[in-house]
Design a protein around this ligand. Structure first.
Ligand code: MG
Ligand code: MG
Length: 588
């Protein structure tokens, strides 16, 4: 289907917007009036610029507060419209968005609204322009899409149709099924925006929190399916007002918008995700020699070295960690640089990622190395899709030189990687949600805001349906941003036993937890007093599931968490994160 985007959705000047929108592969744009007003180019020059870039101007918007007004106001409104029609002729745009009247002077009279919109459509036709009438969710009298459609039907003019906007429909909780009764040729335009579910004034919600399809909580696929069943053949057009997108890189936002429409199309076509990951194959940490001791203390053993790169494989149970002493180790110390995912179909996963504009990263590979393709997550972390062939690259076994890890306990109680938590740049938080959902096939779980001593941490968790892969993306807001910590959570069957051993053998590795935390914990639950002694944190869900976890101190950007899930607990101990953050800040 044809794909468009409103210029208001991205940052920059109109010229910058057009360029980035074209580069992202869109077919057309909605010109948002303010972008034109502030633009030094004439409408003819904008038209030529768009044409050179291969972009059609699919809509000009918005025209406000037109219909259902007293006669004297109508005269002024028609004069205003005539001017806009002339601008549109110069732009080469033939569809004008008229949104329902919000002014206190508007009259609650559908027949009057229909009569005046018909008049507007007649005048517009003289300029080759058609009118798309949209119900704003906060319109004075018209705020439901079916109400706008009834007025359009009553006006009965071939140049007047309706514009459907997913936000205005879904934010009011309207059932989109009613769209299917509207004749497709009377749906002149479809605007798509998702949004997180927020209990707030709908106008503020719309102006600041819209996001691309797949980034929020609305069922965009269901609504779009209804529009298509009605017989609509026009563009899928993104119209997003978002405080963060307004500041972010225009190229990147445009590309992300395109990814959201491709993912939406794929879900409409019933394209199922070819390769939802079945587990973590490995986590790779850039490190110049500081992590071996910590891993060894946690019970990992050095299990091999890469045949052609300065990379070591450390393993315990099904948990595998690669320590890379190569180019990526930064002056900030250890950092999580890559994640390997067990994929039932690595080739299919890579192809799917490519279809969603996440191309394979160029990599250096020795001829004898296993073929292993990576794509970039929004924060730059490399994501590898693996079968088991990569392990052969480490087949030469542990290096001959003795060092940390040699002779470590074969089993320190860790069984596998439970989850990986990455810190996302603020501008790419929504992008990350869409990436993990569409490219990796993970499902969104909880979304939280956590207090940090110096700001606020927003956190979103995503997981494979069976919990085999769990990812958490965090963004630090306000002052918390100085410490972009990442962590690797390792599952164990008995975290208390592991904690006892660490307490005895490596007490300095454990993050100390304040006594006040345990005073509160013991007030809420009957927990083993030993948790306090060991620094193990505790959480319980509403279904009786329990979570026991502890943290190591931080090395560079990275720390480790040891977790034990009991009774189907699906969360991440989020309530304890502020305690952890406060201790980490104090020690940083
Ligand atoms: Mg709209
Ligand atoms: Mg965690």
């Amino acid at each position: 289907m044809r794909k468009s985007i409103a210029t208001v959705s991205v940052s920059g000047t109109l010229a910058e917007k057009l360029e980035a929108i074209a580069a992202a592969g869109f077919d057309g744009v909605e010109i948002f009036e303010n972008d034109l007003l502030a633009c030094p180019l004439s409408p003819e020059e904008v038209r030529a610029r768009a044409a050179d870039l291969g972009l059609g101007i699919d809509l000009y918007q918005p025209f406000r507060d037109f219909e259902a007004v007293p006669a004297d106001v109508l005269a002024g409104n028609l004069r205003r419209a005539e001017r806009k029609f002339r601008v549109m002729e110069r732009l080469g745009a033939d569809l004008l968005l008229v949104c329902s009247n919000v002014s206190p002077g508007a009259i609650g009279d559908d027949e009057l609204a229909a009569e005046q919109l018909r008049l507007l459509a007649e005048r517009a036709a003289e300029h080759g322009v058609r009118i798309a009438y949209e119900a704003l969710a906060w319109g004075r009298h018209v705020n439901e899409y079916l109400h706008a459609w009834r007025i359009v039907r009553m006006a009965d003019h071939p140049g007047l149709g309706t514009c459907l906007d997913s936000f205005h429909i879904l934010s009011r909780g309207s059932d989109p099924i009613g769209i299917e009764a509207i004749p497709g040729e009377k749906i002149f335009f479809l605007q798509l925006a998702d949004a997180p579910l927020l209990a707030m004034d709908v106008l503020q919600w719309s102006r600041h929190y819209r996001c691309f399809p797949g980034q929020g909580n609305f069922d965009l696929a269901g609504l779009t399916a209804s529009v298509l069943r009605a017989g609509y053949t026009g563009p899928l057009s993104l119209e997003v007002f978002n405080d963060v997108f307004r500041q972010a890189s225009v190229e990147r936002t445009a590309l992300d918008g395109m990814r959201s429409l491709i993912a939406l199309e794929q879900s409409l076509d019933g394209v199922s995700h070819p390769a939802v990951p079945a587990g973590f194959a490995f986590a790779e940490l850039a490190d110049t020699g500081t992590l071996g001791g910590l891993l060894s203390a946690l019970g990992f053993a050095r299990a091999g070295a890469h045949a052609s790169k300065p990379v070591e494989l450390w393993s315990q149970g099904e948990a595998r960690i690669l320590l890379n002493a190569g180019g990526q180790a930064s002056h900030e110390g250890p950092a999580l640089v890559a994640i390997g995912l067990d994929s039932p179909d690595p080739g299919g996963a890579v192809k799917h990622a490519g279809s969603l504009l996440s191309p394979v990263l160029p990599r250096e590979r020795a001829p004898e190395d296993a073929p292993l393709d990576a794509i970039a997550a929004p924060d730059g972390t490399e994501i590898f899709f693996c079968d088991t062939a990569w392990l052969a690259d480490f087949a030469q076994g542990a290096p001959a030189v003795a060092g940390p890890g040699q002779g470590a306990p074969a089993d320190g109680g860790i069984t596998r990687i439970d989850h990986v938590a990455l810190t996302q740049p603020l501008h790419y938080f929504d992008e990350a949600a869409l990436f993990y959902r569409s490219v990796l096939g993970l499902r969104p779980q909880e979304s939280l805001e956590l207090p940090d001593p110096y700001g606020l941490l927003r956190s979103k968790a995503m997981s494979a349906p069976d919990g085999a892969v769990r990812m958490v993306v965090n963004i630090a807001q306000v002052g918390a941003g100085q410490h972009p910590w990442q962590h690797l959570a390792l599952a164990c069957d008995d975290v208390v036993a592991v904690a006892r051993r660490l307490r005895d053998e490596h007490p300095d590795l454990l993050l100390p937890i304040p006594d006040n935390y345990y005073d509160d914990l013991e007030a809420r639950y009957e927990v083993d007093p030993e948790l306090r002694h060991l620094g193990v944190l505790y959480d319980r869900d509403g279904h009786g599931g329990e979570f026991l976890h502890l943290y190591t101190v931080t090395a560079g950007r990275v720390f480790f968490e040891l977790v034990q899930r009991i009774g189907g607990y699906q969360g991440y101990g989020a309530g304890n994160a502020p305690i952890r953050l406060a201790v980490q800040h104090a020690g940083a």
